[in-house]
Design a protein around this ligand. Structure first.
Ligand code: NAP
Length: 247
């Protein structure tokens, strides 16, 4: 799965799963764009790690909710590397509350990042993905979008929304030989999971047949496969990477 000279944009890759994906793609030859909103120092650490490993990367600040910032990121990427071959829509947030306590602001905040951000980024890079030789759109969803999860009505809605989006865009991109797929992780040990109370984490763990939370490497290897030429005949799919959880 060689990604030599393929340009891959990974949104929200200063930390967590995005960081793991960026470093893995960089280690396999890709030119990586490490996007972040506010964690500038961490984004530069990711770039340094990729370069120390012999790869090529740049860090680009853009809040995915902001159309102008995302357009500016696309221009920056075009200047640095020419077209983009792979877009990984990874940036995502949670604002967890029982639905009865969830304000419209809590709802909108999660919609803005997890779906608005996907709109902005996919739109800004769409022509590149069409023009690419086997372009790839990869949306990071969640098992929560498949199962639902207590206290996450806003988040679950955005993550299942990605399924309809991905399947539709897959149809529209197919004639350009570009694919669109969702990678749908289970529960992964990152800052996002750290926010979940310990007793709730224990309950979640008891529902995972493989009896452990995912590592970022469990997810990044699958994303690398989807980004590669080897996945050429797979489009519009949801790849569950969840330790065997039912949905
Ligand atoms: P994380 O550790 O909280 O990291 C989130 C990343 O997204 C950070 O790099 C953050 O950058 C960036 N980000 C947030 N809002 C942004 C915005 N508006 N514009 C640009 N970047 C933004 O999260 P994670 O656990 O790695 O999750 C990554 C993705 O995987 C999310 O889509 C999440 O829904 C999904 N996922 C996670 C899990 C899990 O258990 N962790 C499970 C299934 C799916 P800044 O620090 O600069 O804001």
């Amino acid at each position: 799965m060689n990604l030599q000279d393929r340009t891959c944009v990974v949104t929200g890759s200063s930390r967590g799963i995005g960081r793991g994906i960026a470093e893995d793609l960089g280690a396999h030859g890709a030119n990586v764009v490490v996007n972040y909103r506010s964690s500038e120092g961490e984004a530069h650490e990711v770039v340094d790690a990729i370069e120390e490993d012999g790869g090529t990367a740049i860090a680009v600040q853009a809040d995915v909710c902001d159309e102008d910032e995302v357009e500016a990121m696309a221009d920056r990427v075009a200047d640095a590397f020419g077209g983009t071959d792979v877009l990984v829509n990874n940036a995502g947030i949670t604002v967890d509350k029982k639905f009865e306590n969830m304000s419209r602001e809590d709802w909108d905040q999660v919609m803005d990042v997890n779906l608005g951000g996907v709109y902005n980024c996919t739109h800004a890079f769409f022509d590149d993905l069409k023009d690419a030789d086997h372009g790839r759109l990869i949306n990071i969803s969640s098992v929560v979008g498949q199962q639902g999860n207590y206290g996450q009505a806003n988040y679950a809605t955005t993550k299942s929304g990605l399924f309809g989006f991905t399947r539709t865009v897959a149809l529209e991109l197919a004639r350009h030989n570009t694919t669109a797929n969702c990678v749908s992780p289970g529960f992964v040990k990152t800052d996002m999971l750290e926010k979940v109370p310990e007793r709730v984490q224990e309950k979640i763990l008891s529902r995972i047949p493989l009896d452990r939370f995912a590592t970022v490497e469990d997810i990044s290897g699958i994303v690398r496969f989807v980004a590669s030429e080897e996945s050429a005949y797979m489009t519009g799919q949801i790849l569950g990477v969840n330790g065997g959880m039912e949905w």
